[in-house]
Design a protein around this ligand. Structure first.
Ligand code: GDP
Length: 352
């Protein structure tokens, strides 16, 4: 997942580190000789055992000493090129412009200026700056289990999104995930518009052992989903997962259908589903959907096929709604709750 972006971020990490070391080396040349460390620092070379005069510290040691034992001064100019490269990397990876700007500004703010006795290596400094910047744009995610646990039951979740992106599969995957976590679930087959959609969700539901409420093709989706909520209430179930059509005769029709569904079933959460592989298009569509209908969270499917990672990185920041799950394959358990800290560690290759 996001392998291309990970590689590019590794290169950016090294490039930023190189720029900082170059800046320190420049300062050293301007200042004259660098004093050797008075006491060994955690990252300095181990002290020589032999009583012979200490050898001249290597360049790397001297740089480390400068950074860990003294104050580090890095100017904006020192990082200009490396930051421009990082900016290009993010844009090429389909990270939306506002998210890219936010990441660059955060890294710059973190690295430029003085860090007195920071006591860490250049690489750790860079990794922490990148980590902080990415975590800021990724937001906090959305813990669905916690939400359901704390909420009055049944929790009603309406799924909507563009056809073909994996919406129906996502409803089944989330049903399977919640069932495994011990919740009771019913699915409402609210996509009555598309030929075969009711059968498709019914087949999924049967395979994962979840009850599905359905009417015939062309029925009013609001009526189906109302019945699904009634079923959940009378059977004291925890969750209603409502599948809906991603397409109608036209956009206005779709919107008015969704408005009606919202009035009738009163969802607790509206979840917008799109595919990570669509990159910036997915971000734009989610933004528009949120503006017109309103979304509480987003699921991105097909993250397993997306090496750029741009939509996943920027969607929460751009639309201001959390990313809840990533779809990572075609099997029912190929769904991951979106945990920003884990994703960032994986992207920067500093996980456990
Ligand atoms: P819908 O029209 O939006 O309801 O889409 P479907 O649920 O029918 O899915 C369309 C196709 O995408 C199917 O072949 C799914 O197996 C596939 N799909 C769904 N989610 C994922 C995913 O996370 N990864 C991959 N690789 N394929 C997926």
């Amino acid at each position: 997942m996001f392998g291309g972006l990970r590689e590019k971020l590794m290169a950016a990490r090294q490039r930023l580190g190189g720029s900082i070391e170059a800046a320190v080396a420049k300062a050293e040349t301007e200042e004259g000789a660098v004093p050797a460390p008075e006491s060994p620092s955690p990252v300095a070379a181990p002290p020589q055992k032999s009583p012979s005069p200490p050898s001249t510290p290597s360049f790397v040691e001297r740089v480390r000493v400068l950074i860990t034992e003294r104050e580090l001064i890095v100017s904006e100019n020192d990082l200009d090129e490396a930051l421009s490269e990082l900016e290009m990397t993010l844009l090429e990876s389909d990270v939306a412009l506002p998210a890219t700007d936010a990441i660059i500004a955060s890294v710059q703010k973190n690295l430029v200026g003085r860090h007195r006795k920071i006591g860490e290596s250049v690489d750790a400094l860079v990794v922490n700056a990148l980590k902080g910047a990415l975590l800021d744009v990724l937001g906090s995610g959305f813990d669905l289990k916690e939400y359901i646990t704390k909420h009055e039951r049944p929790v009603k979740i309406l799924f909507t999104g563009v056809n073909g992106t994996g919406k129906t599969t996502t409803v089944a995957k989330i049903g399977y995930y919640l069932k495994k976590e011990g919740f009771t679930v019913v699915i409402g087959a609210g996509d009555t518009y598309r030929a075969g959609a009711i059968e498709q969700i019914s087949v999924h539901a049967e395979r994962i052992g979840i009850k599905v409420i359905q009417h015939q093709e062309g029925a009013d989706p609001s009526a189906v989903l109302f019945d699904a909520v009634q079923y959940a209430q009378s059977h004291k179930l925890d969750v209603v997962l409502a599948d809906t059509a991603g397409r109608f005769h036209n956009k206005a029709n779709l919107m008015s259908q969704l408005e009606k569904i919202k009035r009738v079933m009163k969802p607790d959460l509206v979840v917008y589903v799109d595919e990570a592989v669509a990159g910036n298009d997915a971000v734009t569509r989610a933004f528009e959907f949120d503006k017109t209908v309103g979304a509480d969270a987003v699921v991105l499917t097909k993250a397993d096929m997306d090496s750029r990672g741009g939509a996943a990185i920027s969607i929460a920041h751009t639309i201001g709604k959390p990313l809840m799950f990533l779809g990572v394959g075609q099997a029912y358990d190929d769904i991951l709750p979106f945990e920003p800290a884990k994703v960032v560690d994986e992207l920067l290759d500093c996980g456990t």
